[in-house]
Each structure stands twice: as C-alpha cells, then as structure tokens.
Write a protein that binds this ligand. Sequence first.
Ligand SMILES: [Zn+2]
Length: 116
Amino acid sequence: MSEEKKVAPAARTERPARPEGRSEGGRPERPQRRAPGGRAGGKFKSRRKFCKFCADTSIKIDHKDPGLLGQFISERSKITPSRVTSTCAKHQRQLTTAIKRARVLALLSFTPLHHD
Ligand SMILES: [Zn+2]
C-alpha cells in the first residue's frame, strides 16, 4: 500500500509577474505616491498658506513701524522664519531688512532685556 500523494506545489507552470529579473531599468516598481487627497495621517485640514503682505497689498513693510514688525519677531527678539509665518520669500526679505533697520533705530530690540 504505497499511495503517494503528490502534492503539486501550487501551479508552477504559471509564473506570477514579479519583477525579479531586472528588465525595466533595474528598478522594482514601488508605489511612490499616496492615494490622491490623502495626506500623511490625514489628521489635519490643509490650511492654505498665504503671505500676509501679498494678501493685503495695502500693508507696507516699513522700518518705522515697530508695531507691524513686532509681529514677526519671536520672544527672544529673533526674526520668525517664513515657514512659521508663511510669508513669501520676497516679503520675508523686505521684512528682514526692515527689522534690522528698526533695530538700529532702537524701535525694536536686538535681544530681550536682561533681568537681574
Ligand atoms: Zn508676499
């Protein structure tokens, strides 16, 4: 009684299309992009970035206006980066120059006050 069960290893005749052989440029295809509309996590609503000065052209960047420039310096009297304030490159440049001028005119501070 020798009943041999030959379990054929799952249909060998048909090969699955696998990128084993480097046929196309030698790079296996990878899903690079995420599903459209789905951002990483999808937790946050996409808030449209806009430059304050581009949005309202009536605002003039003036080194004699410490009230406006003061919005763009941090607690430590540092100029806030444009990635935080979403100011465009053009206006960030003007802003930086204006803040530096205002500092020289003592309208803005170089450093926060030192308390003893
Ligand atoms: Zn701008």
